[in-house]
Every structure is written in structure tokens, then in C-alpha cells.
Write a protein that binds this ligand. Structure first.
Ligand code: CA
Ligand code: CA
Length: 447
């Protein structure tokens, strides 16, 4: 494989995706001369995409025999960690680095083993960090001091894409000190994501979770260790908890309203189906469903106007950013702007196929592992924009949003898989890399 591009945070200005209703522009038909600065990055992405196919095949034995949507142990078919980080990656993220032409300065603030989620705790100077193997770390943004939080769930299954997952603060965190966590556990039928809440109690230089209660269980469980999704978001009014529930690489359940897989759920803060859900009259797990036809939605976030967006990892190509609206069917696995890993084409989204098309899509894949919608003012040009952290794409992607459409505006190569991102209270943007030795990064405007 050719070496990956060496620049760090290099700006790439071209648009790789379309705005609805224009069809996605397949990069493969662009003449080489039409590929600007991004050529290196695109080539690398294409190369990685082909590796992903091999990874999928090589690891097929890990997956259910019935599943054809096989990938290796990470969501996007890539090996995580050192294998995919260029030799120079560690050298290029030196604290306070300011690359000419890049609108941000990058500081490295710590190193973690396979981190998964970041959450700034309202009313504090603290950041919570989860790691897939099951650590919960309280990081002081003032001093950099860290506390390992005790009392994390003791039934976490760490395998494949499974482990400790997302963390969000309850809407009333400043009064309740309640946090919500997702993780993977096992039981009859296999593994599945669960969501629970607990009180985060600090005393002196220690912190622990107390009164941990599981409030939601992905239904059904399934064999294998892929596509749990289990990202969490609260509605701005604090009334509803949204959970992404992946298709577990089983594909067809995403279209089956009697299955809880391949869905986005809308619940009360106590984990019950929210009243007014679109399929509530069908009972059972169907009562929880807000939208369906999803594959592996690893990002979910509200914008300042109260619209809900979700990023979704597609198969070979076909990554999506979707505007999430009640009762809509987002098409997986019937339609996708990508293809199956074995090369078989899946019909693309069209205007009249009865499915809700993505607001933006990517082909080749960037593998969005996270979504944040920027509401700060420190980066004054970016208020209201969506940011995606790309795993195989090893990039930070900025997407302009309007009421129903979206278009990629900028892509900065970060030379490392990006697992999650969050906006700090001061408007700085924090990223965390993926895999072993993953760095916590703080981005502030370049002077
Ligand atoms: Ca779709
Ligand atoms: Ca397709």
C-alpha cells in the first residue's frame, strides 16, 4: 500500500458529496486532472476501501453465517490502532502545532487505550471519556488531572465493536449528577447493547458511579460483535432520549418493524417508549421506534433549531448524514449509495423509491464514527455546522447544514482514525483518536 498522506490537519476544500437532490458524484468517474489537492487523500481512501473488502472477507468467520454484511472487527473493515496510523502520526501532533493554511491549532492532551466517547459535563470544567475496554475517565480541562471513575458496569462484553460505548450527561445533570452510558452485554440469544444511568459522585480525588440502573436493552440480542451503534442524544427540551440501534450486520431486520435492530429509538429519560411514537399501536419493541432502515448509525445530534441529524456508516461506500424525522424509512438494506463488501451493487437512493434519501453521502467511504453540531462562537464561521470524525477517512469533516440538506464544505486530514468529537464550553473542538495510544486533541482557532 502506498504511504498515507503525511500532512496533519491539511485543509482540503473540495466537496466530495452532493446536496440533495443532486446525485452523489462517483469519484471514480472524475478524470485524474480534476482531482485537486485532495488527490492523495482520495487515493488513500480508495486504497483503504479496497483493504476493507479484504478485511471483511478475512474476518468473515467472526460473523453470523447468514450475514453478508461482514466487516473486520472495526465498523469499517479497517484494522484500528497502529497499523493504520502513519509512522509520522505521533510526530505531527506536537502540542500547539499550527500548520500554515489550517484554521486551527492542535494540542495533544493525553493518550488512551481505545477510547470511544467524549462528554463535557455541564456546569463543570470536566470531560468524561469512555474507553471500549471499560474505563471511565474524568478529565479536568483546567489542570489535565484525571480520575478513574469506579463502579462502571461489571458485565461489559469487550469484543469486536463491543465494549463500553457512549456517555451523555442527563439534561438536569447540574442538579442530579446523572449520566447515561451505553455498553454491550450478553445474555440469551447473544450480545446486545444496553443503556443505563447512574449518579456520578465525587469525593476528594475519587469518583464513582452509584445506583447504576439498566433502562434499555437492544432487542433482540444476536450473535457476533458488530454494529451495535448505541450512540445517545437527548432532545434539547430534555424530554426524550434517542438511542441508535444498529443492524448487528443482519441487514433485513432494519426493515422489520417488529425488530429493534437497524432503528433509532425515542424513549423517556427512564427508558420507556416515548408517548406519541409513530408505531406505538403495534406494541412491543416497535413502540420504541422513531425511524428505521438504518445500518450502523454512530453519530446522533440535534442542531440549534431542534432538528435531529444522524451519521451512518454505510457498507462499501454509502456513508450517510441523515435528517431524522418521525416514522421515516432510511432504506437500508434495500437502497444505499454504496455497495455490498462482496462487490454486489445495492440500488442507490432515488427521489421516488419511497425511502428517505440522505442529506449527504460519501463514496468512497470516510467511515463516520461520530457527529457533533457546533453551536459555539469561538470558531465564528462554523456556528451551526456539522462535524464528523472519520475512522477510515482519518479526517475531520465539516458539513454545512440547512433545513433539509447538507454538503461537505471542508475535510482536514488528521492522519489518525477519529473516534469521537465534542464541543467544549469555551467553543474549542475536542477530538479523540481511535485504537491503542489514541490521543485526545484540542482544536482552537489559528491566529
Ligand atoms: Ca439510507
Ligand atoms: Ca448503490
Amino acid at each position: 500500500m502506498s504511504p498515507l498522506p503525511q500532512s496533519f490537519g491539511r485543509p482540503v476544500s473540495t466537496r466530495l458529496s452532493s446536496t440533495r437532490p443532486l446525485p452523489a458524484l462517483p469519484l471514480s468517474i472524475l478524470p485524474l486532472s480534476a482531482l485537486p489537492v485532495t488527490a492523495l487523500g482520495l487515493s488513500a481512501t480508495l486504497l483503504l476501501a479496497s483493504c476493507a473488502d479484504e478485511g471483511g472477507d478475512a474476518n468473515a468467520e467472526d460473523e453470523p453465517a447468514a450475514a453478508r454484511d461482514t466487516t473486520s472487527e472495526t465498523e469499517d473493515g479497517e484494522a484500528s490502532g497502529e497499523d493504520t496510523q502513519g509512522q509520522d502520526a505521533q510526530d505531527q501532533g506536537s502540542p500547539g502545532q499550527d500548520n500554515p493554511g489550517t484554521p486551527f491549532v492542535v494540542e495533544e492532551l493525553g493518550s488512551y487505550d481505545s477510547p470511544w466517547a467524549l462528554e463535557f459535563l455541564p456546569g463543570t470544567d470536566q470531560l468524561l471519556i469512555t474507553t471500549q475496554p471499560g474505563e471511565l475517565v474524568l478529565h479536568s480541562t483546567d489542570t489535565g488531572e484525571e480520575i478513574a471513575v469506579s463502579g462502571v458496569p461489571d458485565d461489559i462484553v469487550v469484543a469486536g465493536q463491543g465494549g463500553l460505548g457512549d456517555v451523555v450527561a442527563a439534561p438536569d445533570f447540574e442538579q442530579s449528577q446523572r449520566v447515561y452510558l451505553s455498553w454491550v452485554s450478553s445474555g440469551e440469544g447473544g450480545t446486545g447493547a444496553v443503556v443505563g444511568h447512574a449518579q456520578l459522585v465525587e469525593s476528594g480525588d475519587a469518583a464513582e458511579l452509584q445506583d447504576l440502573q439498566v433502562i434499555w436493552q437492544q432487542d433482540p440480542r444476536a450473535e457476533g460483535s458488530g454494529h451495535f451503534s448505541h450512540r445517545l442524544a437527548f432532545s434539547p427540551d430534555g424530554e426524550h432520549l434517542f438511542i441508535t440501534s444498529g443492524d448487528r450486520q443482519l441487514l433485513d431486520p432494519a426493515q422489520d418493524l417488529s425488530s429493534g435492530l437497524g432503528k433509532i429509538m425515542r424513549l423517556t429519560p427512564e427508558g420507556d417508549p416515548a408517548s406519541g411514537n409513530p408505531f406505538a399501536d403495534q406494541g412491543g419493541v416497535t413502540e420504541e421506534i422513531w425511524t428505521y432502515g438504518h445500518r450502523n448509525a454512530l453519530g446522533i445530534a440535534f442542531d440549534a433549531e431542534g432538528r435531529l441529524w444522524s451519521s451512518e456508516m454505510g457498507p462499501a461506500g454509502g456513508d450517510e448524514l441523515n435528517l431524522i424525522e418521525e416514522g421515516q424509512n432510511y432504506g437500508w438494506p434495500e437502497v444505499s449509495n454504496g455497495s455490498h463488501y462482496d462487490g454486489e451493487e445495492i440500488p442507490d437512493h432515488t427521489d421516488d423509491d419511497g425511502f428517505t434519501a440522505p442529506a449527504a453521502s460519501w463514496n468512497p467511504a470516510i467511515s463516520p464514527g461520530s457527529l457533533m453540531i457546533y453551536q459555539g462562537e469561538l470558531f465564528e464561521e462554523w456556528t451551526g455546522d456539522a462535524f464528523l470524525g472519520a475512522l477510515s477517512g482519518e479526517a475531520l469533516v465539516r458539513v454545512g447544514l440547512d433545513e433539509t440538506s447538507a454538503a461537505e464544505d471542508e475535510l482536514w486530514e488528521m492522519d489518525a482514525r477519529i473516534r469521537d468529537l465534542a464541543e467544549a464550553p469555551d467553543g474549542s473542538i475536542w477530538l479523540i483518536q481511535d485504537g491503542a495510544g489514541a490521543q485526545l486533541l484540542r482544536l482552537t482557532p489559528a491566529q
